[in-house]
Design a binder for this molecule. Structure first.
Ligand SMILES: Nc1ncnc2c1ncn2[C@@H]1O[C@H](COP(=O)(O)OP(=O)(O)O)[C@@H](O)[C@H]1O
Ligand SMILES: [Mg+2]
Length: 283
């Protein structure tokens, strides 16, 4: 029996998110901005999307979340969640889907929180709405979530306001809110970009931990190859809306085929990208 092929086949069969030749256009001028992105993502796995600013990473994510900016549209391809194409969903269907099957965290967590409400109450509100929980149950579940994202003293944090928390703590609160309704896919779009290096590493550890414990599938988006190298099984290199390179992370980092990928790697050598890459014993 070939274990390897069985495993590979079951991974493909199980893909929770499949993006196929996704094309996104700006309907204001008819210009295509994203020119065909494809990947399959299975539970417990991580795909990385890297590329310079403006390459179409965020638009790709927003298409999968049903929150493209006005006059942007999916003009080709498909996005399947559990085998169901979601590109044609009506707004009400999107509202039901978002958070419960696919969810996201972005850069600048403070901007997603109301400064005049306690952070715990805001996470609890997500649970009340998405899981139709009562007040007391929502509070209890929120405390559990704050604990799950490794916030020390979750009861204390529950009652605090955004301005009382550090950037790293705020991102943990946002991750708690994002996973509150038990999504199967979590998109982290530059979620660690604004954080200092130590905190960035802690948040990446947290995401990996949630993935490994719950089977969450992760889409990790960053302009920083080192971030992606740390966590991802597969990586897509995007440039001007085009996938210039795609494959297993180690393969892409050790044997980049495209000049642009080599450039990204060279840029990051000074930050010690090689720390994330064990020597290639097997080649
Ligand atoms: N809200 C918007 N309005 C107009 N153009 C946009 C908007 N969002 C993105 N774009 C265009 O789409 C391109 C890709 O943007 P984006 O996906 O945000 O890039 P990335 O996340 O890789 O930095 C940008 O270069 C920009 O021209
Ligand atoms: Mg972006």
């Amino acid at each position: 029996m070939s274990t390897v092929s069985t495993l590979a086949e079951s991974t493909v069969a199980q893909a929770v998110l499949s993006v196929r030749d996704l094309r996104i256009s700006d309907q204001a001028n008819g210009r295509e901005i994203v020119h065909g992105v494809s990947f399959d993502l299975a539970p417990g796995r991580t795909v990385g999307i890297v590329g310079e600013s403006g390459s179409g990473k965020t638009l790709t994510c927003r298409a999968a979340l049903g929150i493209l900016p006005v006059h942007f549209e999916v003009t080709g391809g498909a996005i399947e969640l559990d085998g169901r194409d979601i590109t044609g969903l009506a707004p009400a269907e999107w509202t039901a889907q978002r958070g419960s099957t696919i969810s996201a965290v972005f850069q600048d967590p403070a901007s997603y929180l109301n400064p005049s409400l306690r952070v715990g109450a805001q996470v609890a509100e997500v649970i009340r709405v998405k899981k139709r929980a009562g007040r007391r149950a929502a509070r209890r579940q929120t405390i559990e979530l704050l604990r799950a994202v490794h916030l020390r003293d979750p009861e204390l944090v529950y009652g605090q306001y955004a301005y009382e928390l550090s950037g790293g703590m705020l991102q943990r609160v946002l991750i708690a809110a994002a996973i509150a309704a038990g999504p199967r896919v979590l998109i982290a779009d530059e979620a660690t970009t604004a954080l200092d290096v130590t905190v960035q590493a802690e948040i990446l550890d947290l995401l990996a931990d949630l993935r490994d414990r719950t089977g969450l599938a992760l889409v990790l988006v960053s302009h920083d190859l080192a971030v992606v190298a740390q966590l991802c099984d597969e990586v897509l290199v995007l440039r001007q809306g085009e996938v210039v390179e795609q494959g297993p992370t180690r393969e892409v980092l050790h044997h980049p085929r495209h000049e642009y990928t080599r450039l990204l790697i060279a840029e990051h050598e000074q930050y010690g990208l090689d720390r994330f890459l064990a020597p290639e014993e097997d080649v």
